[in-house]
Ligand binder design. Structure first.
Ligand code: TYD
Ligand code: MG
Length: 455
């Protein structure tokens, strides 16, 4: 018998090699190569889609019409914004996230909303039985309209039913369980995932169906299977959040139809997910008043300002090496800010342990949080609470200067909306803000000025 030919793929980036290697030359990751059988392609080597469509003529920009009718609202404003104003017909959307975070629940609710609006929807699950889906559907409430379910993992069979049914939207729950017969490697392997996505892409583009693909994530937090998966789809969304906290954040990391960095906030309830329209209020819920080391900051997530509470706890260190931890923000950034405090403001931070936390478990890395982190540290160090009506934002530079941040006006407006009466911000940002008597604006140039403003 002839020896079957195999190739090696990098699990991270999809790099292909005829022999095994310890380190991937493309993405420099170690120990990521897996062996898989060679895929035999048809002679032409061109996908079915390209062969079928006649050659298109190049067009001028003014000949291209932007038809807004193609966008389908999902029934969740939070999701619509992340997608860039609704679902685009013929788009391929990848939804990644940890197990149990609520991907299936979210997509089932979207299917239900879209079916109720008169669209035809097909939900294909390779993970759960029809009974399990029904149990979940019973929790989220009445399903009306043309919403059908299918338990199938064979993509050829799935293709057949999609071509037959011609739905407006298809959900594939999860790509790692799907397989194509012509490829001999196991479901979830690099070539299966890639070829399955390829087929789904052809179906989406060829028939104008919006396809949502659920993808599992690895322990590093990226969608399992090769990176090429992310390159192939139009939109990549990550569903994240602390399993212990009720809220979930849907984050756009790639979007060909809108801006990325947008987030949607949801809350997991007894009856499925509920959108949180005012996350600032949600994040500040239960905030302790008059506690030292707590400061409210404002971070921009896409186009939306979100207020969060930054907490710091500074205690005398018992060992030679001070301990520092940062939850919800960058550890190195916290270390850097403490070094700036030590050098520029002469606080002996090396004598203290410091713990910094973004309350509520949100993850934020915007430099605009710097000033709030420093002020929280100072407040805890001196054991002096910052007035609860104060909000602080600004980037801190290495020489202790407070630098400008973008969209200052929106941040201030959000603070006004939630009833804050004082705002400490970079002085340079004052020029761009219309003064109101609703909030007192204190512009600061450096850390010293900021510290004297809170004490
Ligand atoms: P699920 O959508 O199955 O997660 P994924 O598909 O991302 O793996 O979500 C499952 C979790 O959500 C499960 O722990 C139960 C919880 N849940 C609720 O709290 N309320 C609900 O109405 C539903 C349907 C699920
Ligand atoms: Mg699921």
């Amino acid at each position: 018998m002839a020896k079957s030919k195999t190739v090696y793929f990098c699990k991270e980036c999809g790099f292909e090699s005829p022999k095994w290697m310890g380190q991937c030359p493309a993405c420099k990751e170690w120990n990521t190569f897996v062996e898989e059988p060679v895929i035999k392609r048809e002679k032409s080597g061109v996908s079915g889609l390209l062969r079928r469509t006649p050659a298109a003529k190049p067009a001028f920009l003014n000949e291209i019409s932007l038809d807004d009718g193609d966008r389908i609202p999902t029934g969740f404003e939070e999701l619509d914004r992340v997608l860039g104003d609704g679902i685009v017909a013929g788009s391929l959307v990848l939804v990644g996230g940890d197990p149990g975070i609520g991907k299936s629940t979210l997509l089932l609710q979207v299917c239900r909303n879209i079916a109720a609006a008169g669209k035809k929807v097909l939900y294909i699950s390779g993970e759960e039985s029809l009974k399990q889906i029904k149990l979940r559907a019973n929790r989220i409430g009445q399903v009306t309209g043309d919403l059908r379910f299918l338990c199938e993992t064979n993509l050829e069979a799935i293709e057949e039913s999609i071509r037959e049914e011609k739905p407006d939207m298809v959900v594939i729950d999860s790509i790692q369980t799907m397989y194509r017969e012509e490829i001999s490697s196991a479901p979830g392997s690099v070539s299966q995932v890639r070829e399955s996505t390829n087929l789904l892409m052809q179906l989406a583009k060829g028939l104008g169906i919006a396809v949502f693909i659920v993808g599992h994530v690895t322990k590093e937090g990226v969608v399992a299977g090769p990176r090429v998966l992310e390159h192939m789809v139009d939109t990549v969304l990550y569903f994240e959040g602390d399993r212990s906290a009720a809220y979930r954040i849907l984050r756009g990391v790639k979007n060909r139809f809108g801006s990325t960095n947008e987030i949607g906030v949801f809350e997991m309830e007894e009856k499925g997910l509920r959108q949180v329209k005012n996350p600032s209020e949600f994040m500040l819920n239960g905030r302790p008043e008059d506690a030292s080391g707590a400061v409210v900051a404002c971070s921009m997530e896409g186009t939306r300002p979100i207020l969060v509470e930054v907490q710091a706890l500074v205690t005398t260190t018992n060992f030679g090496m001070p301990r520092r931890t940062a939850a919800g923000t960058d550890y190195n950034r916290v270390n850097l800010l403490m070094a700036v405090l030590e050098k520029r403001c002469r606080y002996e931070m090396s004598r203290y342990d410091a713990y910094v936390n973004i309350a509520g478990g949100m993850k934020m890395n915007e430099p605009a949080l710097d000033l709030a982190i420093v002020m929280a540290l100072i407040s805890s160090l001196k054991d002096k609470p910052v007035s609860p009506g104060t909000i602080i934002f600004g980037e801190v530079g290495l020489s202790g200067e407070v630098r400008a941040v973008s969209q200052a006006e929106q941040r201030v407006n959000e603070a006004v909306k939630l009833g804050f009466d004082t705002c400490i911000l970079p002085e340079i940002c004052l020029e761009k803000i219309k003064r109101t008597d609703k909030i007192r604006l204190i512009g600061v140039k450096n850390l010293r000025e900021a510290i004297s403003a809170i004490t």
